[in-house]
Design a protein around this ligand. Structure first.
Ligand SMILES: [Zn+2]
Ligand SMILES: [Zn+2]
Length: 159
């Protein structure tokens, strides 16, 4: 009996050191995990919003295999910290993107390949929206504008 517990302790020690080598030790800071670092750089560079499934694929491409729950939890954490925001483009799922100066901005959406591109915030468009709402006694709470069509890549392919 004594021998067996000794043996299992050895096994445990070995497991812990293996974790340390691969950089996924439980004691590692939750705030700066490899997954979080990868997501921060993804959203810094991206110019379009990602779904959770796409985020998971991006991580997998970088050798970071994580389950759905972990991806969602990380995205929710980053959302609550204000690093990213969620948008709903009427697809029945959330998308996540970096906060471009916090103002709502329009999106170009390709109806053929599904590519989405963020457009810069347009002051005139925001003014128009606010003015239109104000003049009708409407209290504006949000702004969403999606422009649908064919992206340049798809137009080339279609000839
Ligand atoms: Zn397209
Ligand atoms: Zn966007």
């Amino acid at each position: 009996m004594k021998e067996r517990s000794q043996h299992s302790r050895e096994k445990q020690t070995q497991r812990v050191s293996e974790h340390k080598l691969s950089g996924t030790s439980c004691v590692e800071s939750r705030r700066n995990t490899p997954v979080r670092r990868a997501l921060v750089s993804l959203f810094q560079e991206a110019n379009h919003p990602y779904s959770a499934v796409e985020v998971r694929g991006y991580l997998a491409d970088r050798g970071l295999t994580v389950n759905k729950t972990t991806v969602y939890r990380q995205l929710e954490t980053m959302t609550s910290e204000g690093l990213i925001s969620t948008i709903d483009l009427g697809e029945g799922k959330k998308r996540y993107e970096a906060c471009h100066g916090n103002e709502a901005h329009p999106h170009l959406i390709c109806t053929r390949c599904g590519a989405i591109e963020c457009l810069p915030v347009d002051d005139n468009l925001l003014k128009f929206s606010k003015r239109s709402a104000d003049s009708r006694g409407f209290q504006l709470q949000g702004f969403s504008l999606e422009l649908y069509g064919l992206c340049s890549h798809c137009r080339k392919e279609l000839g």
